[in-house]
Design a protein around this ligand. Structure first.
Ligand code: MIC
Ligand code: SF4
Length: 648
């Protein structure tokens, strides 16, 4: 039996585990990326591991998130990342160079390789045939130290693309259609692999858009084959040498199959406040809008920007609309200028922002009270824009541009009629914003600069004996990491300061939580389905850890967050019977009996006793390795311990 593309890469990198079983796969990591809002913590953890030089073939540190410098904190963190990267053998992509996923696609993607990144949208690189995973900072730190990356053995879903997109319908609509069909939980435990005739009609940036929002499906990763179109992309980037062909064998099979006819798709929008609340744009037409934001790692390629420029050309945006445009990289912005399209964008009335995440993570451009904001981004979680009552819709660049002109949600098919975008055969290559690390010999001379905002991070406690603690928080389904540890311009500067940050943990759901948790000393969180969906920020585990959380009992967990909990030494446990969720109350005292023993003995269930009598069962759905991590009190303790054992 032949292999599909994902299986080929997985088997070439397998260092632990058996594919096809129920366990985990340990994978050799070729490359890593970090961005600044998760990177400070990842490098502090890397330093704590005591490894001198990274052991990966390539590691790159980007600065793209914490760009507003309204105080010293972000600038200090950038300097820490610059110097720590220089010392330990990591390339540094300076502020202004662009969003990590866009720059990675352009300059560092490579078909057939494995990349992990401390950002949930790392699978964007799947558009260039790379198998890429979003991970917590500590997992990236361990990989930089030469450790394997572990994933639950994924199911591989084959999405067969047929036909060709009609005018005005774009790659964004493809992934919105999948979100409509599968929901934000539909990809959990799965790698989504695209194949079929329709693949040939999509360029690498379009494939990258589709892979990018696989994160919103909860997927482990997403990947396209690497074909002649991929070769052209690498050629245009002056990197043909990095190209290799990679596709599924003719007799390959998939665990599940989905068929998607591109030619019948229409423009879609994700309605407030979840990426899977999909409606056709035609149904929303006429809804008055206040803001339009174009950019983010989903839709900031040159192709997207040129489409937007062509729709805006010679026109003026509606008087009541604020339009922001953030090109994904300096290369994109430079090309826009060179081709004259920047002038079309500026003259239509757009506010051109830095090549960075910007409004996507609430780093500025919070819309007005109650605003309707149309964004080409990937997440529309409540409050993420920085305005609690804003209504954010996620759309394609075409829909965003046409709507900005009209002042209301507008089907872009009319505006996009006859639109033909030619990408340049070769891009202007200038890597002068990527700083090389010091040589191994000179590394000793590099001083790592730590600003006063960098504070020690909490380290977990071994899971042993009973966990007897109060329920310090109870929340519902689909809790995102933006609920757990909100971002935005006021909190992102404290990503290297967990003591401060933890004071805002869950502030969007329950402002009293931090104080209650501190008072209780030890706590247990009760959650619903898909707990921890969204970003890879390990701060969503570290802040609860700092507030004494020892276990989270939920109906189900999102992949990266579950890993982050284990890495922090917090036990993620699942209700054996989901209806028991109803019977646990805030403030109730619970006793999780003999958790250490249960982990040690590989037990699959555990009894939780309630203070006022009665008990319920929880599942421990964790592999032997993850159990050992919990027993050690988190991945840092575990890695140091196992490294010590190997030395003796
Ligand atoms: C996001 O889109 O939520 C982020 C900001 O990029 C996060 C990382 C973070 O929280 O720093 C992500 O997606 O992992
Ligand atoms: Fe940045 Fe937004 Fe992409 Fe996250 S989703 S990496 S904040 S652009």
């Amino acid at each position: 039996m032949g292999l599909n593309a994902a299986q080929k890469i997985l088997s070439a990198h397998l260092v632990d585990g058996v594919p096809g079983g129920a366990g985990e796969l340990g994978l050799k990591v070729d490359r890593t990326l970090t961005q600044d809002s998760t990177g400070t913590m990842a490098y502090l953890e890397f330093e704590a591991l005591g490894v001198e030089r990274v052991k990966t073939e390539l590691s790159v540190a980007y600065v793209d998130h914490n760009i507003l410098q309204t105080g010293f904190e972000n600038a200090d963190d950038h300097e820490y990342i610059r110097t720590v990267a220089k010392k330990h053998g990591i390339l540094f992509s300076r502020p202004g160079n662009g969003i990590c996923h866009q720059v990675n696609l352009e300059r560092f993607s490579a078909p057939g390789k494995i990349l992990i990144g401390s950002d949930s949208h790392t699978p964007t690189a799947g558009g260039a045939g790379m198998l890429a995973f979003g991970a917590g900072g500590l997992d990236v730190a361990v990989a930089m130290g030469g450790g394997a990356y572990y994933i639950a053995d994924p199911k591989i879903v084959g999405v067969e693309l047929k036909g060709r997109l009609s005018e005005g319908v774009s790659a964004k609509d493809v992934i919105l259609e999948l979100l409509r069909r599968l929901t934000v939980k539909g990809g959990v435990g799965k790698i989504i692999e695209y194949f079929g005739e329709g693949v040939k009609t999509l360029g690498v940036p379009e494939r990258a858009t589709i892979c990018n929002m696989g994160a919103e499906l909860g997927a482990t990763s997403s990947i396209f084959p690497s074909d002649e179109i991929t070769r052209e992309f690498f050629k245009a980037q002056g990197r043909e040498a990095d190209f290799t062909e990679l596709s599924a064998d003719a007799d390959a099979s998939y665990d599940e199959l989905i068929s998607l006819d591109l030619s019948v798709l229409e423009p879609l929008a994700a309605c407030p406040h979840m990426p899977d609340r999909i409606k056709p744009v035609s149904e929303l037409e006429g809804l008055k809008i206040d803001q339009v934001c174009i950019g983010s790692c989903t839709n900031s390629s040159l192709l997207d920007m040129l489409k937007v420029a062509a729709i805006l050309k010679g026109k003026t945006i509606a008087e009541t609309v604020n339009l922001t445009i953030s090109p994904g990289s300096r290369q994109v912005l430079d090309e826009l200028a060179r081709l004259g399209a920047l002038s079309d964008i500026l003259n239509a009335g757009a506010r051109v922002l830095e090549c960075a995440c910007g409004p996507c993570i609430g780093m500025g451009q919070a819309p007005k009270s109650g605003a309707v904001s149309l964004r080409t981004f990937n997440r529309n979680f409540e409050g993420r824009s920085g305005t609690a009552d804003a209504q954010v819709y996620l759309v394609s660049p075409e829909t965003a541009a046409a709507s900005a002109l009209a002042g209301c949600i507008t089907d872009p098919r009319e505006a996009a009629r006859g639109l033909k975008i030619e990408l340049p055969a070769s891009f202007t290559i200038n890597d002068n914003l990527i700083s090389a690390p010091a040589s191994a010999e000179a590394a000793g001379e590099v001083e790592v600069v730590r600003g006063p905002n960098i504070k020690p991070f909490p380290v977990g406690h071994p899971c042993e004996g009973d966990i007897a603690a109060e329920v310090t928080l109870k929340v519902g389904d689909n809790i995102t990491t933006d609920h757990i540890m909100p971002s935005g311009s006021s909190l992102l500067p404290y990503r290297s300061n967990i003591p401060y940050l933890s004071g805002f943990c869950f502030s969007r759901c329950d402002e009293g939580f931090p104080e209650r948790a501190r008072k209780a000393g030890q706590g247990i969180i009760i959650g619903g389905e898909n707990y921890g969906q969204g970003s890879s920020r390990e701060h969503a585990a570290l802040a609860p850890l700092a507030l004494g959380v020892r276990a989270v009992i939920a109906k189900s967990f999102a992949r990266i967050h579950r890993d982050n909990l284990v890495n922090a030494g917090i036990a993620p446990l699942e209700f054996a019977d989901a209806s028991d969720y109803e019977n646990v109350a805030l403030g109730e005292k619970l006793s999780i009996k003999d958790i250490g023993e249960a982990l040690n003995e590989d037990r699959e269930e555990l009894e939780v006793f309630k203070q006022n009598g009665g008990s319920f069962k929880v599942k421990i759905d964790l592999t032997a390795r993850r159990r050992a991590i919990l027993l050690a009190g988190g991945l840092l303790n575990y890695t140091k311990k196992t490294a010590g054992e190997e030395r003796t």
